[in-house]
Write a protein that binds this ligand. Structure first.
Ligand code: A1D88
Length: 652
């Protein structure tokens, strides 16, 4: 879907970012012109796009052929020709202010006043770039992450003079690409994501420089104890130690001595074969969980939370934007605002003050907003409020990792919202599922659906990244989230479009009905991790499929197609993507118009009867049948039959 008044997009630059942005814009249906200074650079960018589109087609990730997408993509080395008819220009040239200004000034000459001028800069000020044009209100930052085709996040950066309507249009454009925009309302150094990554890399580097920790301890502790996707030193080696070094020196931020030493020695990370780890002569980032020792993770996280408090307190971004940005842009399982609320903001503040007192270093200076929150008693989750408001016990939510809404017809539509992790079920997400299904007012609801956000997965299983934190005794209990869905007194339908694996499959099995697109895949990969399904999978599969097929899935750990799943009775229907919504609708029509009490009793009798002896199950059924005989809905059902009309059940 494209934004109405954006028809043609010009992307200036065919390098990594430029060709990636051109590709995602063409994929979304825009007419795109990609321009670079030399025909040779343009040709390289085009080849990269062709290669990437072929890969996407091979994996069945695009609906059109690569050729159809490429039909919307022109290339040129002529800037005027590229931008003249464009409604949106995205500049993705090298990160040099003088060069960007020169480009913007030239673009202005060849575009009308309605054209939005965007820069993909990751480190320069949008306000300063916009000085190159006479109307800075039409200049906005659209900071894509690398590679654009894979990364879901785009920071929409407001310069001092960016018009609100331009920023909004920029965000709409990002959404039309199927990506998630976050508004960065002031163009502070590093915007949101790199502002938070600064202390994530910087604090451990100071600790190592000062002899208080080792590189392996820092990486092991942050990954294996705190669930970050990559250790800070491992990450610096990947992005280039010189990159962080230059950002710091240019921003007037002190550089940790260890980073300075590496840059001086030319050991810049993976790209030079050696950095904090050795890649040519060694095994790369070879830290193990045991290396963590007593590394002080709070010291690092307190600084990240403090940075988040500066962003929120200075109105740069909302807590939601900060957390979404770091989740999607840096792969964090939990953003710093939420993490701060979990740690306790009073604990964070005390840590910063202790460090400031001990070292006198400016970087520990607590943000005014953090102090304000603590003084107001908003110290986090335990207090019911911090950066966020928490459940007061009256009804469901607010939730961070799932979305839900109820409509007038009584449909509760639930979406698992971690598309960047294939909707992997973290402990927090499972807690939210359990809380929602237990606390929502069932009087208002006639049936529920569960689906996964994005177009890749219902859910790819339990969050493997979180396994390091798990206490075996904590997971030895029956998973409350799945039981809450199983016991929910209304029918629940799983809408499966993509991977449905491991705990994701167990969640779908806890639902009453399952409808899948034919591209979906099902499986229990747990055995390949040395595990077994731990959320009811072995038992529900046994009951649904029988021993032979259940054992095949659990023992082999491989994936089966939706067609086979339908053939086995694992799903109710497997239909092509273009028939999916209509098929779901047809099921929902019946569930929403059906008798609520009748459906509740039917669900209970079917669920409970499955495990009872036949005699007990028959007794259960008869009791349910008898009970329903006394309801108004039965009177309505029989009357409607006699009057030859559709019944209108009230649930009484
Ligand atoms: C009791 C225990 C129960 C369990 O459920 S154990 C877990 C069972 N599930 C699995 O073993 C599935 C793990 N995932 C996969 O095998 C693959 O993924 C897929 C086949 C589903 C897709 O592969 P591809 O298309 O190559 O995508 P990608 O790059 O692997 O995944 C995209 C991002 O999603 C993250 N992710 C996927 N599954 C999980 C997961 N289960 N837990 C945590 N993260 C997951 C990845 O790491 C990656 O992230 P990044 O882009 O940052 O590299």
């Amino acid at each position: 879907m494209t934004v109405d008044d954006i028809g043609r997009v010009a992307v200036l630059g065919a390098g990594n970012m430029g060709h990636g942005i051109a590709e995602v814009a063409a994929l979304a249906g825009y007419e795109v012109t990609m321009r670079d200074v030399e025909q040779e650079f343009v040709a390289d960018g085009y080849e990269n796009i062709e290669w990437s589109l072929r890969k996407l087609a091979e994996k069945d990730r695009i609906e059109e052929s690569p050729e159809a997408v490429l039909d919307r993509l022109d290339t040129t080395a002529d800037l005027a020709a590229a931008v003249t008819d464009a409604d949106l220009v995205v500049e993705a040239a090298p990160e040099r202010m003088a060069l960007k200004r020169e480009i913007f000034a030239e673009v202005e000459e060849h575009t009308g006043e309605g054209t939005i001028l965007a820069s993909n800069t990751s480190s320069l000020s949008i306000t300063d770039i916009a000085e190159a044009v006479s109307d800075p209100s039409r200049v906005v930052g659209l900071h894509f992450f690398n590679p654009p085709v894979k990364m879901d996040l785009v920071e929409v950066v407001h310069g001092e003079n960016t018009a609100a309507s331009v920023a909004e249009k920029g965000a709409e454009f990002v959404e039309s690409l199927g990506k998630t925009p976050i508004h960065v309302r002031k163009d502070v150094q590093g915007f949101v994501v790199n502002s938070i990554l600064g202390p994530y890399g910087g604090e451990p580097a100071w600790m190592v420089s000062e002899g208080e920790a080792t590189i392996r301890a820092a990486d092991a502790a942050m990954v294996h104890e705190r669930g970050y996707p990559m250790g800070p030193f491992e990450l610096a080696d990947l992005t280039g130690i010189d990159v962080g070094y230059h950002v710091r020196t240019e921003g007037g931020i002190p550089v940790p001595p260890i980073a300075e030493e590496k840059v001086e020695a030319g050991d810049l990370g993976r790209k030079t074969g050696s950095g904090y780890y050795s890649y040519e002569d060694g095994d790369g980032a070879d830290y193990e969980p045991d290396d963590a020792g007593d590394f002080d993770t709070l010291r690092v996280e307190a600084r990240m939370v403090n940075e988040a408090a500066k962003l929120v307190g200075d109105d740069v971004a909302t807590p939601e934007a900060v957390d979404t940005g770091t989740r999607l842009g840096a792969g964090f399982a939990t953003g710093p605002c939420r993490r701060g609320d979990e740690l306790g903001l009073d604990v964070v503040l005390a840590k910063l003050r202790e460090l400031q007192e001990a070292t006198g270093a400016e970087r520990y200076e607590p943000a005014d907003y953090l102090v304000e929150l603590v003084e107001a008693g908003r110290i986090g989750e335990d207090a019911g409020q911090g950066f966020y408001e928490y459940d007061t016990g009256d009804g469901p939510g607010p939730y961070r990792l799932l979305n839900y809404e109820t409509d007038d017809e009584g449909l509760l539509a639930v979406e698992l919202d971690r598309p960047e992790r294939m909707n992997a079920l973290s402990t927090d997400l499972l807690d939210e599922v359990a809380d929602l299904f237990r606390s929502v007012d069932t009087d208002e609801i006639r049936c529920a659906t569960i689906e996964g956000a994005g177009d890749r997965a219902f859910s790819a299983g339990a969050d493997i990244g979180g396994f390091a934190d798990v206490e075996p005794t904590d997971v030895m209990d029956v998973t409350p989230a799945f039981e809450a869905v199983n016991d929910f007194p209304r029918p629940v339908l799983a809408k499966v479009d993509g991977y449905c694996l491991g705990a994701g499959l167990e969640l779908a099995l806890a639902c009453d009905l399952r409808i899948a697109t034919t591209g979906s895949e099902f499986g229990c990969p747990e055995i390949r991790l040395g595990l077994i399904p731990g959320g009811g999978g072995t038992q529900r599969l046994l009951r649904i499929l029988g021993e032979t097929r259940a054992k095949e899935l659990v023992f082999r750990g491989n994936r089966i197609s939706a067609e086979r799943a339908e053939d086995w009775g694992l799903v109710n229907r497997a239909v092509p993507a273009d028939e999916f919504d209509a098929t779901v609708e047809a099921f929902l029509d019946d569930l929403l118009s059906g008798p609520p009490v009748g459906l509740k009793v039917a669900k209970t009798v079917l669920n409970e009867g499955d495990d009872a002896s036949l005699a007990a199950a028959l007794a259960l059924e008869s009791q349910g049948f008898g009970l329903l005989m006394s309801t108004d809905d039965v009177v309505e059902g029989t009357t409607a039959f006699a009057q030859d009309r559709e019944p209108e059940f009230e649930g009484r």
